[in-house]
Design a protein around this ligand. Structure first.
Ligand code: NDP
Ligand code: MG
Length: 403
């Protein structure tokens, strides 16, 4: 795909921003969420400016984005690409940083208002923590941050009076349902799940599933890791843990229901039995846009859901016997402590091994389960203990691949 096709908007600078413009830092700008967020911004340059862009290895797209949006900083974590970017941006005012430290330094930069946390996986945790400690509003796509260290993140957000606005579509839906309900307790939330490409399939089919088939999600186009997580239902498990922290819920208040059409993005049931749902076409640009404009709603040209067309919305129980990742994630949610962190680390290793055709689809669950049994449980981990547990879980999960 050419860079121009990937950009999907015409290069334009954002110079001339006024004081009412929200200044945005996009961590993970070259990914699925990152590129969609730039489309959202490109449509509203009177409301948003781009101050930071970051990528891991995709220097070509990062350079093209930087030339289009002229941010104050770009960060590339793959240090080998630093010189290439520095040369390409030499005629601009954009400063280039590199490595994990570059992400941390950029996160603490004073000249932005909102961090869009759209790095994938555990790698998003430290820059997001830094942004919270720097008092920034967080538009949170990176659910792994809350799965790994939700207690510490939420406490820090409280200490630094920082707002965390969910971007994950289910959590954005719940967040939207809760507007105006601040003093009304939640009875439960209902997280909807599409069921992924293998809905209705059984283990005798799943055992032979290959990477390319698993990467074809029926409703959403997303990065590789979350697409595999959606196919295994681990994504919904991670989202249960994410919801616990975002909305301060007990595990029994979180229900998952399969809704293959992905039109209802999630629901909240209140204590009088009333249920509020947030609906719309499956398009991540909407929750991204809402996180940027919150508490306002601003006009968009996104396609609208049409009730006049033949529509059937269906709901069913998840098959937790086949998709055991959901059961493992529930176990981690119930157990608490460092167990979700262990689950997440093992899952990241297993998913990347699956993407490299080194393990089978069902091995992902096996690897997560065995790692959860092996790595020592800590009930109240410190941040360093989370880092340590993550490392231990990765080493153990990786050792299962060779066997
Ligand atoms: P992608 O894989 O498409 O993009 C990930 C981004 O993170 C890229 O910019 C990538 O850079 C960067 N990155 C990857 N690894 C590292 C690393 N080790 N250090 C620093 N940066 C890194 O992911 P998505 O956009 O799909 O997902 C991002 C996050 O949002 C995930 O946590 C996901 O769960 C969540 N989310 C995504 C949704 C979606 O629709 N995509 C929906 C809901 C939540 P490079 O391109 O150079 O590799
Ligand atoms: Mg989601």
């Amino acid at each position: 795909m050419s860079i121009q096709t990937q950009l999907k908007y015409n290069p334009i600078t954002t110079e001339g921003s006024s004081g009412t413009v929200k200044r945005i830092a996009i961590f993970g700008s070259t990914g699925s969420i990152g590129t969609q967020s730039l489309e959202v911004i490109a449509a509203h340059l009177d409301k948003f400016s781009v101050e930071i862009l970051t990528a891991h290895t995709n220097h070509e797209l990062l350079i093209a984005q930087a030339l289009a949006f002229r941010p104050k900083y770009v960060v590339i974590t793959d240090e080998k690409k630093y010189v290439l970017i520095k040369e390409a941006l030499s005629g601009t005012n954009t400063k280039v940083l590199a490595g994990e430290q570059g992400l941390i330094d950029a996160a603490s930069y004073s000249g932005y208002d909102i961090m869009l946390a759209a790095i994938v996986g555990y790698a998003g945790l430290k820059p997001t923590l830094k942004a919270i400690e720097s008092g920034k509003t967080i538009a949170l796509a990176n659910k792994e941050t809350l799965v790994v260290a939700g207690d510490i993140i939420m406490q820090k957000a409280k200490d630094y009076k920082v707002k965390i606005i969910p971007v994950d579509s289910e959590h954005s839906a719940i967040f939207q349902c809760l507007v105006g309900e601040e003093s009304n307790p939640i009875e439960k939330i209902i997280l909807t799940a599409s069921g992924g490409p293998f809905l209705g399939r059984k283990p005798n089919f799943l055992v032979n599933v290959k990477r390319d088939h698993a990467l074809q999600h029926p409703n959403w186009t997303m990065g590789a890791k979350i697409t595999i997580d959606s196919a295994t239902l681990m994504n919904k498990g991670l989202e249960m843990i994410e919801a616990k922290w975002l909305f301060d819920l007990e595990p029994e208040q979180i229900q998952v229901v399969i809704h293959p059409q992905s039109i209802i993005h999630s629901m909240v049931q209140f204590q009088d039995g009333s249920i509020k749902a947030q609906m719309g076409l499956p398009d991540m640009k909407l929750p991204i846009h809402y996180a940027f404009t919150y508490p306002k709603r601003v006009t968009t040209n996104f396609p609208r859901y049409d009730f006049k067309k033949p529509n059937t919305l269906t709901f069913e129980e998840p098959d937790v016997k086949t998709f055991r990742n959901l059961t493992l994630a529930k176990e981690a949610l119930n157990k608490g402590g460092n167990m979700p962190c262990i689950l997440n680390a093992a899952n990241e290793i297993a998913v990347f091994a699956f993407l490299k055709n080194r393990v089978g689809f069902l091995d992902i669950t096996e690897m997560v389960e065995r790692t959860m049994e092996k790595v020592p449980f800590i009930e109240h981990p410190t941040l360093d203990e989370y880092y340590y547990s993550d490392g231990e879980a990765r080493v153990f999960a990786a050792s299962l691949i060779e066997m």
